[in-house]
Every structure is written in structure tokens, then in C-alpha cells.
Design a protein around this ligand. Structure first.
Ligand SMILES: Cc1ncc(COP(=O)(O)O)c(C=O)c1O
Length: 346
């Protein structure tokens, strides 16, 4: 397995530092704008309950029902990011393998907890051949769909990685950006060692609230829960989790995902007008990864035109010629593509 250990990569870099005020943000993969009014109203109403300590049970039951699992298989977390820290603190892997390019926090959390990490770097269309995952890996971390490649791995490919004696972590932070979530493993209760990590911050515009969860067998959930600080998830965040698990919310999210797919096709069609730009793989989520010569210069030029896009070179396996672009509405895409055209011509 080709592994890379490039200490020069800043695993702590995230798109939010690129989306500086005044720029149109195509660097952060959170749905643009505020959470919908019905959700915001529930959050506002929860403020009257702030004197009491948070009670996770209703949200836990709602999330469990949403995925067809018992509550004992759910742990609410302060965003998916907290789940990665809990995993890293609890697990004692002999060989941890992180499939890259992917969101860097799982690896950063593992390293911060003192674990060595092997990187399995995907190239080309960024699809995973399960045979490339070393048999002796007792912890495997993979994203689906993957940030930043936007690749959606078939559920069967990922399920084939599960086995007794191995913890398989599937980061499904963007699963709800795919209509119907056909490749999600969230409901697969009996796959050995499976931990599915989910986020509610992207689709619902709740990055500042910090809410996510993990799904796993009760014994694993208990271990992660024991490592979690008391009352780690606030009352408004729990209210959000409960609200976002309702059938109406799931239908709404699915509608968002369908709109997103149309907006993504539009972005891809507009990018196809620019011969200098190559789109990676078959994008399936709320962002696309592109390759173009002089990526750094182009990214700076775009900032001069008022647009922030995410640099690619802080993802293991990518370099400065890669940029990640969030899918936005058509008017924003048109403005962005016009700016990109000018920067490329300059
Ligand atoms: C793939 C992926 N997983 C998890 C997260 C963290 O999400 P949260 O805001 O729920 O902590 C992010 C945030 O960018 C992400 O891109």
C-alpha cells in the first residue's frame, strides 16, 4: 500500500479560514444562508429551557427511529468533529488506515491521541478498491460521500471492509446531500465494528450550533459515551437533532438534495466551458473538486474578484493545482464562472 506521511500538510486547515468576510463563500460546504424558519423557531423556543441541564434522551430516540436502530446504538455529539475525537481517545488501533484525500480531522484526532496513521491515497477517479486496504488494519476511516473529492462509494464496497476485529468508521457527514441516501450504511446494524458518523451542520446550516451523532453497536457506543464530557451537547443542539430527525425534515432534506443535484449539474456544465479546468471523478455531493494549472494563483485571483474557494493542497494526496468549489445557486455559479474565466484569461 503506498502510504505517505507528509508532515508539511496542515491537517488543521479548514475552508472557514478562507471564507473571509466580504467574499462570496464557495469554500465552506455548509448550505448557504440561515437554517429554515421552522427549525430556527424551535431553537429560539428552546432558549427558555437553558436553566436546566440538557437531556439527550428525546433526541437520541428520534435519531434512533430515523435510522431504524435502538437508542442504545446512538450517541449525540457536538458535531461530527467531536465523534472523531472520542473515537481517537477510546480506540487502541494497532494499525489505523485513513483513506485519503478526505476530511483531515479524523487523522488529526488520531494523531493528537498518540496513534500512528497510515494513509491510503486514492488517485484518478478517487474510487476505492477495497483490496487496497491492508488486511491487518484494525481501524479504517473513510468518507462517503467523500470530502473533498465528492465521490460516492457504493455501500457494498464499504460494507466489504467490515470484519470482526476491525473498527470501520464511515464519515457520512454529507450523506444527506445525496437524494435517498442510497449508499448510506447508517441502517446496517449488524456489520461488525461499523461506526457511522453523521453531521447535522451542513444541510441544516447549523455549523455554529455543533450537532452530529454516531451510530454503532451498543458496546462501542458505551465506550465512546464514557469518554465524552458530561452535557457535551447543549439543549438547543439536542432540540435541533430531534427536529431534523422528523419525517418532514427528512423529506425537506431530500428536496434540498434534489435541488442541489440540479445546481451541481449546472455548475459542472458551466465548468465544462473552461478547457483549463478538469473536474475530478463523478461528483455526488455539495461540492466539486477541480484540477487546473496554477491553482494557487487562480485561487488568489478569485479572491481579488470576490470569491473564496477551498485550497486543495492541505488534503493528503492533493496539491496546489486542486481546488474545491461549493455548489451554490445558479446566479452565484454564473458570477463565479465569469470571475474564473477572467482569472484564467489574465
Ligand atoms: C467530511 C466531513 N466530516 C465531518 C465534518 C465535521 O462536521 P461537524 O460540523 O458536524 O463537526 C466536516 C466538516 O467540514 C466534514 O467535511
Amino acid at each position: 500500500m503506498p502510504t505517505v506521511d507528509d508532515a508539511a500538510i496542515d491537517l488543521g486547515h479548514h475552508g472557514d479560514t478562507e471564507a473571509t468576510p466580504g467574499l462570496i463563500d464557495l469554500a465552506v460546504n455548509v448550505r448557504a444562508g440561515a437554517p429554515p424558519a421552522w427549525l430556527a423557531n424551535r431553537l429560539v423556543a428552546s432558549l427558555t429551557e437553558l436553566a436546566a441541564y440538557p437531556k439527550a434522551e428525546p433526541a437520541r430516540a428520534a435519531i434512533a427511529a430515523r435510522h431504524g436502530r435502538p437508542p442504545a446504538e446512538v450517541l449525540l455529539t457536538a458535531g461530527a468533529a467531536e465523534a472523531f475525537v472520542l473515537l481517537a481517545r477510546v480506540l487502541r488501533p494497532r494499525r489505523a488506515v485513513v483513506v485519503h484525500p478526505q476530511f483531515t480531522e479524523p487523522e488529526a484526532a488520531l494523531r493528537a491521541a498518540g496513534h500512528a496513521v497510515d494513509r491510503l491515497i486514492l488517485t484518478g477517479d478517487f474510487r476505492l478498491d477495497p483490496a487496497r486496504v491492508p488486511e491487518d488494519a484494525d481501524l479504517v476511516v473513510v468518507g462517503n460521500p467523500t470530502n473533498p473529492t465528492s465521490v460516492l462509494h457504493p455501500a457494498a464496497t464499504l460494507a466489504a471492509l467490515a470484519r470482526p476485529g476491525r473498527v470501520l468508521v464511515v464519515d457520512e457527514a454529507f450523506a444527506d446531500t445525496v437524494p435517498g441516501e442510497p449508499e448510506s450504511l447508517a441502517g446496517r446494524r449488524h456489520l461488525p465494528g461499523l461506526v457511522v458518523v453523521r453531521s447535522l451542520t451542513k444541510t441544516w446550516g447549523l455549523a455554529g450550533l455543533r450537532i452530529g451523532y454516531l451510530l454503532a453497536a451498543p458496546a462501542l457506543v458505551d465506550q465512546f459515551a464514557a469518554a465524552q464530557p458530561l452535557w457535551a451537547v447543549s439543549t438547543p443542539a439536542l432540540v435541533a437533532a430531534e427536529a431534523c430527525a422528523s419525517p418532514v425534515a427528512i423529506e425537506t432534506a431530500d428536496g434540498y438534495a434534489r435541488e442541489l443535484a440540479a445546481d451541481r449539474e449546472y455548475l459542472l456544465a458551466r465548468l465544462a466551458e473552461l478547457p483549463a479546468v478538469t473536474v475530478a471523478g463523478a461528483p455526488a455531493s455539495s461540492f466539486v473538486l477541480v484540477r487546473l494549472a496554477g491553482g494557487d494563483r487562480v485561487r488568489e485571483g478569485l479572491r481579488g474578484h470576490g470569491y473564496a474557494v477551498r485550497r486543495g493542497d492541505t488534503f493528503p494526496g492533493l496539491g496546489a493545482e486542486w481546488l474545491r468549489i461549493a455548489v451554490r445557486d445558479r446566479a452565484t455559479t454564473d458570477g463565479f464562472v465569469a470571475a474564473l474565466r477572467e482569472v484564467l484569461a489574465a
